[in-house]
Design a protein. Structure first.
Length: 206
């Protein structure tokens, strides 16, 4: 994890990994590892271009780990009651947001702000682009496919996980509008994103 997370981030990630393993089992930890390595891959994709744009985030801190790992860990603990699907959908939503953010900044066209529907500079929270939306769906679909193999979901359930992940990332973007205006942080919007995915999955899939 060196070079990806700082020291506090590594320690917190190891803690959450232990919670997932002992509370949920190997499949829960495996899906989080799928998320982790895909997140690294999409972050490093075209990193030189992102560096030139000032948008390349190389090493993440404990705040990022907390916002992405707190709710999934809690859902793993609650899995005897609610099952695995809310956990899976929370990961799908955060993965969709990650792919959308990292790929959206590479769109030749500027993203459109949901606040006033006007073009804004790449990397602005609360904005969407075609490439970012396609990226979000791709990230969510990756988690949906992985969940079919790891949790024995049906293909239909895996498809719904992907769609819910996309919706979760759109909800993240909506709250990103408030983030741009000083109401909340990237961490809070990430948490809301994962929470939205979990709630939708609980009512639509279980």
């Amino acid at each position: 994890m060196k070079g990806v997370l700082d020291t506090k981030g590594v320690l917190l990630a190891l803690f959450f990994g232990a919670v997932l393993l002992f509370a949920g089992g190997l499949a829960y930890l495996a899906l989080m590892l799928v998320f982790f390595f895909l997140a690294i891959a999409v972050t490093k994709y075209e990193y030189e271009i992102k560096k030139d744009m000032g948008l390349y985030e190389h090493e993440r801190g404990w705040e990022n780990v907390l916002s992405n790992g707190l709710l999934p860990s809690a859902l793993a603990l609650a899995s005897p009651v609610v099952g695995p699907v809310p956990f899976i959908a929370s990961i799908s939503s955060v993965m969709a947001d990650k792919f959308g953010s990292e790929l959206g900044v590479l769109d030749p066209k500027d993203p459109i702000s949901l606040f006033d529907m006007k073009p804004v500079k790449p990397g602005t929270s609360g904005a969407m682009s075609v490439m970012g939306t396609v990226g979000s769906l791709s990230g969510a679909a990756a988690i949906g496919v992985a969940s079919v193999f790891l949790f024995q979901l049906t293909p239909t359930q895996g498809f719904l996980v992907a769609l819910i992940g996309l919706v979760g990332s759109i909800i993240d973007t909506v709250f990103g509008v408030f983030e741009e205006r000083g109401l909340g942080t990237k961490g809070t919007t990430n948490f809301i994103c994962s929470l939205a995915g979990a709630i939708l999955a609980y009512y639509l899939i279980i």
